[in-house]
Design a protein around this ligand. Structure first.
Ligand code: AMP
Length: 521
């Protein structure tokens, strides 16, 4: 981690600086006038990466001729203080001339990146022609320049996020795109650098954007699904504030942005409105999928036993992520590929389709059948050859990224219980229930002793095991790829002196309290 915040203003300076850094890089692109929304992205980037680069650039290409380019707040000094306090390593704040060259004032003379019409013909794209060409162009330039492992964008700009996800996929840009939740004022208004344009009365009325969405969300939870009704509720609400002039209220798929007639699994209800002369946007993502339960925690806390049984009790799929890594390891070996050869391993990833199929059983927890392409590998992934190679394979970042994507696919339909180190923080940040299953180091050491004894293996001293477990905890929580971290909204359950049955009873009660009663409200 760097120690001193560098403020760099040229492409050359940034390139040179990056060339002297080592470790993973997180990029947070912004237009400055930083607020807590930006800072939530920065904090997330700080947690996930060795190096954090924040770009501050009011991008002329994304402003229309009658928009607020000249008036947009520019507060580099105070932004730099906030970045420094948040542990940012580098601010990249070029001038338009430095970043785009001498044609910076003439968009028609520049090479641009143009998102497909299907992504821009609705929502803001309809009212801001050329805006997303400007966004796609600046983001492509920034990601190509910085080559981050991860770049961070807010759900606040839902259309932008969807476009950037596809942009990074289509152009094979490096790194993962991480979407972060909307940060709001205490009354619900989404934070925005443009909120400072509002006068007192407008500020009061602006909150109606959120209230309308919230009202529609409540009706959605009560069973309302149709686009017509959800949009109507929001519009009716907006009409109650005289200073607010809606530009659009639309229901779309948050990933493809396709307009929806009704929400089958997931929808984004998005709004743009003028409050006085200030244009504000907001959205809410409505999920009609079955719940997801994420169970994270340190090694030896009993996660997989508990997760499997909980899934059985609730009739959900146990997403056995360990089995997925084993399945891919089996595939690598079956192709005669050397597990240490990271390039060849990465090359096999797109060819390996893993499916977990829950098999209900009358007398105990379900087991999952595991398929790789058309082969049933449930037994084959438990051989000692797979066991001996699975950690080598699972430690490779390309494998992690690909399998996390597959896990996220299961999340689209919901109805899963998953356990791991980063399920609640990274794989399923929208999980309805997040549990951090914990136990003291001593307790885990005692459990390990009992476990070894029951398998007639030699049992080390308690102090030796305690030391080994503490070291493992440290490694797990500081490693670069998916470090162990308790999500802010996870509930900690300490299992010292609890039987599996009583842990399960606790989790079932938490499910009842946090998921079932929430669905009813
Ligand atoms: P901007 O400076 O407005 O271009 O925003 C830079 C990044 O911060 C974008 O990815 C935005 O989506 C994100 N962002 C802005 N406001 C918020 C907010 N209230 N909550 C979360 N992210 C936000």
């Amino acid at each position: 981690m760097g120690t001193v915040l560098r403020l760099l203003k040229t492409v050359e300076g940034l390139r040179y600086w990056l060339g002297n850094q080592s470790g993973s890089v997180g990029l947070v692109p912004t237009m400055g006038a930083l607020h807590q929304g930006h800072l939530s992205l920065i904090r997330r980037a700080r947690c996930d990466n060795d190096i954090v680069v924040v770009s501050i650039f009011v991008n002329p290409l994304q402003f229309g001729p009658n928009e607020d380019l000249a008036a947009y707040p520019r507060t580099l000094d105070s932004d730099a203080k906030l970045c420094e306090a948040a542990g940012v390593d580098c601010i990249f704040a070029p001038s338009a001339l430095d970043f785009y060259g001498p044609n910076f004032n003439d968009a028609s003379a520049l090479v641009k990146v143009i998102p497909p019409p299907a992504l821009v013909q609705q929502l803001c794209g309809k009212f801001r022609p050329g805006h997303f060409d400007g966004v796609a162009t600046v983001v492509t330039k920034l990601i190509s320049l910085v080559c981050p492992q991860r770049s961070y964008f807010g759900q606040k700009d839902g259309q932008q996020l969807a476009i950037i996800r596809q942009l990074v996929r289509d152009l094979n840009l490096p790194g993962a795109v991480i979407g972060c939740p909307i940060v709001r004022e205490t009354d619900g208004l989404a934070l925005s650098s443009r909120n400072q344009y509002l006068d007192g009365q407008e500020r009061q009325q602006a909150v109606i954007l959120y209230r309308g969405l919230r009202r529609a969300e409540q009706e959605f939870k009560a069973g309302m699904r149709s686009q017509h009704s959800l949009v109507r509720i929001d519009l009716d609400y907006l009409e109650t504030a005289p200073a607010v002039a809606p530009q659009y209220v639309e229901l779309v798929n948050p990933y493809t942005l396709a307009p929806l007639e009704k929400v089958e699994t997931v929808g984004m209800l998005a709004v743009a409105a003028f409050v006085g002369t200030t244009r504000l946007i907001d959205n809410v993502v409505l999920r009609a999928r079955r719940p997801i339960i994420a169970i994270d925690g340190p090694a030896g806390a009993g996660k997989s036993t508990v997760a499997r049984q909980l899934a059985h009790r609730l009739g959900l799929l146990y997403l056995d992520t360990g089995a997925m890594y084993r399945a891919f390891t089996w595939y690598v070996l079956s192709q005669g590929c050397d597990p240490e050869d990271e390039v060849s391993v990465a090359d096999l990833l797109p060819k390996c389709d893993i499916k977990l199929v829950a098999t209900p059983s009358d007398n105990g927890p379900q087991h999952s059948d595991v398929w790789v392409n058309a082969t049933l590998v449930t037994q084959a992934i438990r051989t000692s050859e797979v066991t001996a190679n699975v950690s080598t394979i699972a430690a490779q970042s390309s494998v992690r990224e690909a399998l996390v994507k597959q896990q996220m696919q299961y999340g689209l339909a919901g109805g899963v219980v998953a356990d791991g180190r980063d399920i609640g923080t990274h794989v399923f940040p929208d999980a309805e229930l997040k549990i951090f299953l914990n136990a003291s180091v001593e307790e885990r050491a005692r459990r390990r002793q009992r476990d070894l004894a029951s398998r007639s293996q030699s049992v080390p001293e308690l102090t030796e095991l305690t030391k080994a477990i503490s070291e493992r905890d440290y490694k797990d929580s500081t490693r670069k790829i998916s470090p162990l971290r308790q999500a802010d909204d996870a509930i900690e359950v300490v299992t010292d002196s609890l039987t599996i049955e009583s842990v399960l009873a606790k989790l079932l009660a938490l499910y009842e309290e946090n998921v079932v009663s929430d669905e009813k409200s």
